[in-house]
Write a protein that binds this ligand. Structure first.
Ligand code: SIN
Length: 523
């Protein structure tokens, strides 16, 4: 690993990080490094199925409609400017992916084939290989980054942000051989994805341990909306971790949900939080651990969804004839590190894009297939802002309320006592204890009693030291992010979007945003 100071160090290799790296290195000529704890193509992006939501057909759709759908699903918590930016710039970013070689599905006439998912008022989801969209995008971006001069460091675990004179100056890292070191950078982009591994039932890969959010919290960087965890209603209910996802696109093509009596009970194309709650309630009513997804009415399912059909064949199911056992699973973290419209965070020199960020485009609940879009748009914007020499956050997007917390009654600061773990991890054998506690206490439906129980478990995990192995460091990060999430969830004494409380059925009149700040000295 080079000793020089790079212009931009990207942490993470999903759609946001690679989009930024390609632009920063290839287009803007910056000196770029990419650090990833796995191999370059090992990101959650590769697992994304449904696709990228973007207004492609202006005869039947418009960015105003996409904006309205996103705001409606976000339950009063989206930042309108951030959403407008995303829906306006998204189509061009999709066009660039195609120019770089992305092979999206097309109809017989050669036009992009557009799918429909929950909460969308038009068909606007661009997809590849039926439900292999993420894998196709990751393939194209990995190739594009490899073709630039960006230096790629694989199997290197970023531990903590290096902060000097109030500015991010790089990161401390753990090398593959276990030795510790430092990578210095003028700018660092967090593109480390989400934290689905907080839960024992999740669609997220094993790597999704909230590392970037934990690093930000430890450094005192503002994070928000962490209580809004989106649960996907149709993960395959089999004994696997992570649970295989059954794409929502199938419901757009006519698949229906059935309870154990074979009855339909919800509009399958409602927003994802609505469907997940309906499925969970029905499961609780009858004490079941799954309901059914009936895809037998979907035309040509084998031809159109080959990866799903192959995955199901592995467990002895054929969607053309079998109903599929499904249950909700933790899928996406709507909040994260607060950014302005260019990805700048509250720490000069630190940027964030993609699932790790709270850019304001998802609010309290993400519209289906807006996540790949967010990564594309805001990864690209962050690279451009770094290249333009922007330093420090501007009062735009979600950042506006955070910078002006005193003048914004809708922004509430949360005190967060985060233990600085540095290179010391927590006992890795406690990972499953933490995950079980989160699933039972901070799941699709939560209440203060269940959240208090999880808070105790998280405190116990955080206080149990481990070694400096990657497994131990990941558990330490999960404990930090889980603590911030549960703290915010306890303070949000209302039900809103993906945050549903058994002890509060309605949303408050004012949509408040809880911003986590570290209060234990440093940061
Ligand atoms: C899916 O394909 O159902 C998931 C897409 C998304 O997470 O938006």
């Amino acid at each position: 690993m080079s000793d020089s100071v790079v212009d931009l160090l990207v942490l993470g290799s999903g759609i946001a990080g690679l989009s930024a790296a390609v632009r920063a290195s290839g287009e803007h000529g910056l000196d770029v490094g990419v650090v990833t704890k796995g191999s370059l193509s090992d990101a959650a992006t590769r697992w994304a199925q449904g696709g990228v939501a973007a207004v492609i057909d202006e005869a039947s759709d418009s960015t105003d409609l996409h904006l309205a759908d996103t705001l409606s699903v976000g339950a009063g918590m989206c930042d309108v400017d951030a959403v407008r930016t995303m829906v306006a710039e998204g189509p061009a970013r999709v066009g660039e992916l195609i120019a770089w070689g992305a092979r999206f599905d097309r109809d017989a006439g050669g036009a992009l084939s557009l799918g429909r998912e929950g909460g969308h008022s038009a068909s606007r989801v661009v997809h590849a290989g039926g439900a292999a969209t993420g894998a196709e995008i990751e393939r194209v971006l990995v190739d594009a980054v490899r073709a630039t001069a960006a230096a790629v460091y694989e199997h290197v675990f970023a531990l903590d942000l290096l902060v000097e004179d109030g500015r991010c100056a790089g990161v401390t890292v753990r090398h593959p051989d276990g030795s510790l070191g430092t990578v210095r950078a003028r700018n660092v982009l967090l593109a480390t994805g989400g934290a689905g591994q907080l839960y024992s039932v999740t669609t997220n890969p094993l790597e999704a341990t909230g590392d970037g959010i934990a690093m930000a919290l430890r450094a005192g960087v503002a994070c928000a909306d962490l209580e809004f965890v989106q649960f996907h209603p149709t993960a395959l209910a089999v004994d696997r971790h992570p649970r295989p996802l059954i794409t929502e696109a199938l419901r757009g093509d006519g698949a229906v949900l059935r309870d154990l009596d074979g009855e339909r009970f919800v509009d399958e194309l409602s927003a994802r939080d609505v469907v997940s709650r309906a499925v969970t309630q029905r499961m609780l009513d009858v004490g079941a651990d799954h309901l059914w997804l009936d895809c037998t009415g979907v035309d040509d399912v084998a031809d159109r969804y080959p990866t799903i059909v192959a995955m199901l064949a592995d467990v002895g199911l054929d969607p053309a004839v079998d109903w599929l056992p499904v249950a909700p699973a933790a899928h996406y973290l709507c909040g994260g590190v607060v950014t302005d419209l260019d990805g700048a965070t509250t720490l000069d020199g630190l940027w964030a894009a993609g699932e790790v960020a709270c850019s304001g485009v998802h609010g309290a609940n993400r519209l289906a297939s807006n996540s790949l879009l967010e990564g594309l748009v805001f990864g690209t914007r962050a690279a451009a802002a770094v290249a333009a020499g922007q330093s420090g956050p501007a009062p735009t997007g979600v950042m506006a309320g955070v910078l002006d917390a005193s003048g914004s009654p809708a922004t509430v600061a949360l005190d967060l006592d985060v233990v600085a773990t540095g290179a010391a991890g927590c006992d890795p054998s406690l990972r499953s204890v933490l995950q079980q506690a989160m699933t039972h206490g901070a799941g699709v439906v939560r209440g203060d009693g269940s959240l208090a129980t999880v808070a105790d478990v998280l405190a116990a995990v955080a206080a149990t030291p481990g070694d400096a192995s990657v497994a131990a460091l990941e558990v330490a990060n999960l404990a930090v992010v889980g603590t911030a999430l549960v703290t915010a969830a306890r303070r949000r004494t209302e039900s809103r979007g993906a945050h549903a409380r058994v002890d509060a059925s309605d949303a408050d009149v004012v949509a408040r945003r809880f911003v986590s700040h570290r209060t234990d000295g440093a940061g």
